[in-house]
Design a protein around this ligand. Structure first.
Ligand SMILES: [Zn+2]
Length: 134
Protein backbone atom coordinates (compact mmCIF):
# COMPACT_ATOMS: atom_id res chain seq x y z
CA UNK A 1 0.00 0.00 0.00
CA UNK A 2 1.37 3.40 -0.90
CA UNK A 3 2.16 5.87 1.87
CA UNK A 4 -0.52 8.31 0.74
CA UNK A 5 -3.18 5.77 1.77
CA UNK A 6 -1.86 5.31 5.31
CA UNK A 7 -4.65 6.04 7.76
CA UNK A 8 -7.29 6.50 5.06
CA UNK A 9 -10.71 4.94 5.73
CA UNK A 10 -11.09 1.54 4.00
CA UNK A 11 -14.36 2.56 2.37
CA UNK A 12 -12.61 5.31 0.43
CA UNK A 13 -9.82 2.99 -0.67
CA UNK A 14 -12.37 0.39 -1.80
CA UNK A 15 -14.33 3.07 -3.59
CA UNK A 16 -11.25 4.38 -5.36
CA UNK A 17 -10.00 0.92 -6.31
CA UNK A 18 -13.39 0.02 -7.80
CA UNK A 19 -13.82 3.21 -9.80
CA UNK A 20 -10.24 3.68 -11.04
CA UNK A 21 -10.03 0.78 -13.54
CA UNK A 22 -13.48 1.55 -14.96
CA UNK A 23 -12.58 5.19 -15.43
CA UNK A 24 -9.18 4.40 -16.96
CA UNK A 25 -10.73 1.95 -19.39
CA UNK A 26 -13.15 4.64 -20.51
CA UNK A 27 -10.40 7.29 -20.65
CA UNK A 28 -7.25 5.42 -21.75
CA UNK A 29 -5.15 8.62 -21.92
CA UNK A 30 -5.61 9.26 -18.20
CA UNK A 31 -4.30 7.82 -14.97
CA UNK A 32 -6.31 8.48 -11.80
CA UNK A 33 -4.33 8.96 -8.61
CA UNK A 34 -5.05 9.88 -5.01
CA UNK A 35 -3.32 13.22 -4.60
CA UNK A 36 -4.15 13.66 -0.92
CA UNK A 37 -5.11 11.32 1.89
CA UNK A 38 -4.51 12.15 5.53
CA UNK A 39 -3.58 15.77 6.16
CA UNK A 40 -1.83 17.13 9.27
CA UNK A 41 -3.21 20.12 11.21
CA UNK A 42 -0.28 22.16 9.93
CA UNK A 43 -1.08 21.27 6.32
CA UNK A 44 -4.73 22.15 6.89
CA UNK A 45 -3.77 25.51 8.41
CA UNK A 46 -1.49 26.25 5.44
CA UNK A 47 -4.45 25.63 3.10
CA UNK A 48 -6.82 27.60 5.32
CA UNK A 49 -4.51 30.63 5.16
CA UNK A 50 -4.86 30.83 1.37
CA UNK A 51 -6.96 33.87 0.49
CA UNK A 52 -7.09 34.95 4.16
CA UNK A 53 -5.18 37.31 6.44
CA UNK A 54 -4.83 37.14 10.20
CA UNK A 55 -6.70 39.90 12.01
CA UNK A 56 -5.62 41.63 15.24
CA UNK A 57 -7.87 39.20 17.11
CA UNK A 58 -5.85 36.23 15.83
CA UNK A 59 -8.63 34.96 13.57
CA UNK A 60 -8.28 34.59 9.82
CA UNK A 61 -10.46 36.69 7.54
CA UNK A 62 -11.06 36.24 3.83
CA UNK A 63 -9.25 38.88 1.82
CA UNK A 64 -9.28 37.18 -1.59
CA UNK A 65 -12.18 34.82 -2.16
CA UNK A 66 -10.73 33.48 -5.41
CA UNK A 67 -7.72 32.10 -3.55
CA UNK A 68 -9.74 30.36 -0.84
CA UNK A 69 -9.38 26.57 -1.08
CA UNK A 70 -11.07 25.48 2.14
CA UNK A 71 -13.70 26.76 4.57
CA UNK A 72 -12.81 24.58 7.49
CA UNK A 73 -10.04 23.78 9.94
CA UNK A 74 -11.92 20.55 10.75
CA UNK A 75 -11.41 18.87 7.39
CA UNK A 76 -12.26 15.20 7.02
CA UNK A 77 -8.70 14.80 5.76
CA UNK A 78 -7.43 15.25 9.33
CA UNK A 79 -8.87 11.92 10.47
CA UNK A 80 -8.52 9.93 7.25
CA UNK A 81 -12.14 10.32 6.18
CA UNK A 82 -11.38 12.05 2.88
CA UNK A 83 -9.33 11.68 -0.28
CA UNK A 84 -8.60 14.02 -3.16
CA UNK A 85 -8.08 12.58 -6.60
CA UNK A 86 -6.29 13.87 -9.69
CA UNK A 87 -6.24 12.94 -13.36
CA UNK A 88 -2.85 12.71 -15.02
CA UNK A 89 -2.42 13.01 -18.76
CA UNK A 90 0.99 13.51 -20.38
CA UNK A 91 2.50 14.01 -16.89
CA UNK A 92 0.15 16.94 -16.19
CA UNK A 93 -2.92 17.23 -13.97
CA UNK A 94 -6.19 17.87 -15.75
CA UNK A 95 -8.68 19.68 -13.51
CA UNK A 96 -11.61 19.52 -15.93
CA UNK A 97 -14.86 19.39 -14.01
CA UNK A 98 -16.24 16.86 -16.50
CA UNK A 99 -13.60 14.28 -15.55
CA UNK A 100 -14.55 14.49 -11.87
CA UNK A 101 -18.24 14.25 -12.72
CA UNK A 102 -17.51 11.20 -14.82
CA UNK A 103 -15.54 9.58 -12.01
CA UNK A 104 -18.40 10.25 -9.62
CA UNK A 105 -20.93 8.72 -12.03
CA UNK A 106 -18.96 5.45 -12.05
CA UNK A 107 -19.77 5.05 -8.37
CA UNK A 108 -23.43 5.55 -9.15
CA UNK A 109 -23.21 2.71 -11.66
CA UNK A 110 -21.29 0.42 -9.34
CA UNK A 111 -23.83 1.33 -6.70
CA UNK A 112 -22.08 -0.28 -3.75
CA UNK A 113 -20.82 2.52 -1.57
CA UNK A 114 -23.65 4.86 -0.72
CA UNK A 115 -21.59 6.21 2.18
CA UNK A 116 -19.36 8.29 -0.12
CA UNK A 117 -19.97 12.03 -0.40
CA UNK A 118 -18.53 13.94 -3.36
CA UNK A 119 -17.39 17.56 -2.88
CA UNK A 120 -18.69 18.36 -6.37
CA UNK A 121 -22.22 18.05 -5.01
CA UNK A 122 -21.75 20.66 -2.29
CA UNK A 123 -23.80 23.79 -2.78
CA UNK A 124 -21.70 26.38 -0.99
CA UNK A 125 -18.22 25.42 -2.15
CA UNK A 126 -17.59 22.96 -4.97
CA UNK A 127 -14.59 20.75 -4.22
CA UNK A 128 -14.46 18.50 -7.28
CA UNK A 129 -11.38 16.38 -6.41
CA UNK A 130 -12.74 15.60 -2.92
CA UNK A 131 -14.51 12.44 -1.71
CA UNK A 132 -15.34 11.72 1.93
CA UNK A 133 -17.17 9.45 4.36
CA UNK A 134 -18.86 10.22 7.70
ZN1 LIG B 1 -10.20 17.08 -0.08
Amino acid sequence: MSAILTGVDDRLITYFNLSKPIFEEKHPDYKVIISQGVRTKEQQLALYKKGRKKGDDGKYYITDKKKVVTYTMKSKHLDGKAIDIAFIKDKKCDWSTDLFKDFWMILNKVDVLKSITWGGNWRRFKDYPHFQVD
